[in-house]
Design a protein around this ligand. Structure first.
Ligand SMILES: [Zn+2]
Ligand SMILES: [Zn+2]
Length: 262
């Protein structure tokens, strides 16, 4: 927890008067704005979306996605899609809570680029909800959020993946793996992957990460907010495996789904 607080660098808690005002208000659905009954706004068990809006979110169906790259597949239970059969991955598997579109995409953009850090509890909670009745997380010892380079961290003020990991764990409770954000560091500032053509994305990340010896023999789950091609997560997985990790998987809040017929 101490590490988590230190990593925020520029925490921005809501002012006291706002907390008090919020406590007096009934919770509203974050999407459609209707009044939700029951608990006060700050209660951790307070509802945050109405049941209609919750159902309408673009949830990922684990049965219809490639277990390797996380892209959706037309056929159920595909271990690897056609593309993954032709490519080598350092990631053992990947999984997402949602497809990267609709309101979730909007919330992520607000959270990351418009300083809306207050969305992180909501997003962490939604990711935790995607694990209801699932034991998928049990095989991992530790969650390691994808780190930001210190220069990017200074600019943004927070690491979105670390905030997500914190709120995911808070909602998972006892079934959550440990959190070790400092086991992986970003030692080279790279251009954002989204600004680069696909061909340059792999080389852009060469030697971008460094891992601590603590990862030895551990089963590590990397956590990120969005997965597009998976090259960032795969580069991080390669670094962790070279440092001795036994297994590295990836969990993302959202996966950009590509048109695929395989
Ligand atoms: Zn609603
Ligand atoms: Zn695949």
């Amino acid at each position: 927890m101490k590490e988590f607080v230190q990593s925020l660098r520029h925490p921005a808690p809501p002012p006291g008067w706002l907390r008090w005002t919020r406590q007096l208000l009934p919770p509203l659905c974050w999407k459609c704005g209707i009044v939700l009954g029951g608990k006060t706004y700050l209660d951790p068990a307070s509802p945050f979306l109405c049941s209609n809006c919750l159902l309408e979110l673009p949830w990922t169906d684990p049965a219809f996605h490639c277990r390797q790259c996380g892209n959706h597949t037309a056929e159920p239970e595909r271990v690897a899609c056609q593309e993954c059969m032709e490519n080598e991955w350092d990631l053992a598997e990947s999984r997402s809570g949602f497809a990267y579109n609709e309101i979730i995409r909007h919330w992520i953009l607000q959270f990351k680029f418009f300083g809306q850090e207050h969305l992180s509890p909501l997003l962490g909670r939604l990711l935790a909800l995607s694990f209801q009745n699932s034991n998928w997380l049990e095989k991992y010892d530790t969650i390691v959020p994808i780190p930001l380079h210190p220069s990017r961290l200074r600019k943004r003020g927070f690491n979105q993946s670390l905030l997500l990991a914190h709120h995911l764990r808070k909602n998972l409770g006892k079934i959550s793996p440990n959190l070790h954000p400092h086991w992986l560091r970003r030692i080279r500032a790279t251009r954002p992957q989204t600004e680069l053509p696909l061909a340059e994305r792999k080389t852009n990340l060469e030697d971008a990460f460094s891992a601590l010896a603590d990862v030895q023999d551990k089963k590590i789950l990397l956590l990120d907010d969005v997965m597009t091609t998976g090259s960032t997560l795969n580069a991080a997985a390669r670094c962790l495996k070279e440092a001795g990790a036994a297994k590295v998987g990836a969990l993302v809040l959202c996966r950009k789904m590509w048109d695929s017929s395989n």
